[in-house]
Structures are given as structure tokens and as C-alpha cells.
Design a protein around this ligand. Structure first.
Ligand code: PBG
Ligand code: ZN
Length: 322
């Protein structure tokens, strides 16, 4: 027994053969920000290496990234103007809808996921409509989210990812898609989304910080683990096809719990703050950025995620590290 144990530890090939978890390019999703703008790409200060692309710039970078092995993208839109009802989110000629049509023409084999939320489009920066006191109105928001999802499906989205955290949104969106002939378009639900400080760089990138208050009334308390299971199960009942946990790194226990309790495919989102921390420490020379990025993703995979959304996807593929 002792001898066999030593051999197993000692042989690189055997270690390779018995490795329990692998990162594969197929399971990674790269997020992109697309902006109504004339500049091809504007760097995002809080997220070194990430850009806000014009539609034209997005098509160009997606074509390149596709040849490097990016299989799937997650699109976020940044409109030219914002208003209280977030009209840009469900406009037929909105920035995401326009980008989708162009992607369908130019790169038909790319899997395109669209984020559905209002906060990038509302002037107050909240994820839904507000009442006179500034509280989010859950039910009237559902209709706008469903309209947004439908406009994305009509423009060619492969998968719809509602990130708003209103109650009942999966059911409302599923119903609207089904009634309009899009029953084949699956929903990847941000079912377990914590009210996290790790979203800071994203909000700078998307200009979507709430003007007042915070998102604690509709996003989850980071202290709660059992609540995650309730949220996941509720979204499955409403018709979610894939469940997501977000952020990923600080919530590996939650990913594992959801993996064990639900049999749907599971996604995890390594969010902007997780990216910025690793990237910044790497730039300062304090850690080996690539090694830490790979280890962080491996940890998320080991915790039970099938799909990982990560801003490192493009770099790791370009450098052939996967
Ligand atoms: C919009 C949305 C956010 C993120 C994804 N969709 C921001 C938020 O909820 O404030 C965060 C993604 C990231 O930090 O990378 N609701
Ligand atoms: Zn939002």
C-alpha cells in the first residue's frame, strides 16, 4: 500500500490521469460591455484589461476572441440616455438588441447570453421601477423585464439571464417568451445573488450605481446560506433552466450546497471585484496573476459549478492556458 501510494504521488502522468477537476474552455463565459458610442473601445479604469465597446468594436473583438476559443459571451448594455423606467432596456433598437442582430450575422456560432435588468438603463440606478418613496415596485417591474427578455430573444439571444432579483420574474419572463414562440430559449437565472460589495467595479463600468440607497431590499444577505437553497428552488419551480450563484469566490460553500441540492446545470459568476483584486495585485507584482486566476477558477469548478462567467476567460484562452 505504501509503495503504491508513493508511486501515485511521484508520477506526473498518474497525477494527470487521476486529477479530479479540470478547467475547460467550453464551460467559460466572457462578459462584454456594449455602449452606444462612436469610440471603438474605451478602457474601464476599475477593471484593467476590460473595455466598453461600441457595437462595431464589439463585433471586431468577438470575431478575434472566437478564433481564440471563446465559446460564449454575456452582454451588458450601456445606453446613451437613461430615464426612470429604463426604456433603453426594452427598446427594439436598443444597444443590446442592435448588437445581437449584428452578432447573429457576423458570428452565428457564438453562444450569446444577455443580462436582463433595468439598472444600467434607469436614471436612478435601481433594478426596477420606483414608487414615490424611492422603494422598488416589484410587480410593475416584472412586465418591463419580460419585455426586455422578449426583445433580446427576437434579436437572437441564445440564453436569457435575468439579474434583477425581483420576485416572480422567472415565471413572468418564461410566460412571455412561451406566448411569443420562444419556448426554446432557456433562462439562466441569477437565482442566488448576494448584495455584494464585489460589484463595485462593474457599477463603475456600467454607470449603474444606485443614486441613493442600496440593493439590499432585493439582493440577498451575504450571511445567508439556507436562503440560497430557497431562492434556487423557487426559480426552478418558476421555470429556470440553469441556476446561477453570484459572486463566486467568497461563496464557494453556497455553490457546493446548491450543486448538491439541485440537479439543474449550475453557473457561477466570478464578478468584477474578484477580477479587480487579482488583476491589481498582479499588476503590483504581489501575486502571479495567471496562476491565481487559474486557481480561483479551479476552486469554483471544484465547488460544483458547470459554467463559470469570468473576465479572465479571454486572456486565459489567448495565452493558451486552458
Ligand atoms: C445588474 C448586474 C450587476 C452585475 C451583473 N448584473 C450589478 C449589480 O447587481 O449591482 C455584477 C457583475 C459584476 O460585478 O461583475 N443587476
Ligand atoms: Zn440590476
Amino acid at each position: 500500500m505504501f509503495y503504491r501510494g508513493r508511486r501515485l504521488r511521484g508520477t506526473a502522468l498518474l497525477r494527470e490521469m487521476t486529477r479530479e477537476t479540470r478547467l475547460d474552455p467550453q464551460s467559460l463565459v466572457m462578459p462584454y460591455f456594449v455602449e452606444e458610442s462612436s469610440r471603438e473601445a474605451a478602457p474601464i479604469a476599475a477593471m484593467p484589461g476590460q473595455f466598453r465597446y461600441s457595437v462595431k468594436g464589439l463585433i471586431k473583438t468577438l470575431k478575434e476572441d472566437r478564433t481564440h476559443g471563446v465559446n460564449a459571451c454575456l452582454l451588458f448594455g450601456i445606453p446613451k440616455s437613461k430615464d426612470p423606467a429604463g426604456k433603453g432596456a426594452y427598446a427594439k433598437d436598443g444597444v443590446v438588441q442592435t448588437a445581437l442582430r449584428r452578432i447573429r450575422d457576423a458570428i452565428p456560432d457564438l453562444c450569446v447570453i444577455t443580462d436582463v435588468c433595468l439598472c444600467e438603463y434607469t436614471d436612478h440606478g435601481h433594478c426596477g421601477l420606483l414608487d414615490a418613496k424611492g422603494e422598488v415596485r416589484n410587480d410593475p417591474t416584472l412586465d418591463l423585464l419580460a419585455r426586455t427578455a422578449l426583445s433580446h430573444a427576437e434579436a437572437g439571444a441564445d440564453l436569457i439571464a435575468p439579474s434583477d432579483m425581483m420576485d416572480g420574474r422567472i415565471e413572468a419572463i418564461r410566460k412571455t417568451l412561451d406566448e411569443n414562440g420562444f419556448s426554446a430559449v432557456p433562462l439562466i437565472s441569477y437565482a442566488v445573488k448576494y448584495a455584494s460589495a464585489y460589484y463595485g467595479p462593474f457599477r463603475e463600468a456600467a454607470g449603474s450605481s444606485p443614486r441613493f440607497g442600496n440593493r439590499k431590499s432585493y439582493q440577498m444577505d451575504p450571511a445567508n446560506r439556507r436562503e440560497a437553497l430557497r431562492e434556487a428552488k423557487a426559480d426552478i419551480t418558476e421555470g429556470a433552466d440553469i441556476i446561477m450563484v453570484k459572486p463566486a469566490g467568497p461563496y464557494l460553500d453556497v455553490i457546493r450546497e446548491v450543486r448538491n441540492a439541485c440537479d439543474l446545470p449550475l453557473a457561477a459568476y466570478q464578478v468584477s471585484g474578484e477580477y479587480a483584486l487579482i488583476k491589481s495585485a498582479g499588476e503590483l507584482g504581489r501575486i502571479d496573476e495567471q496562476a491565481v486566476a487559474l486557481e480561483s477558477l479551479l476552486g469554483i469548478k471544484r465547488a460544483g459549478a458547470d459554467i463559470i462567467i469570468s473576465y479572465f476567460t479571454r486572456d486565459l484562452l489567448r495565452l493558451n492556458l486552458l
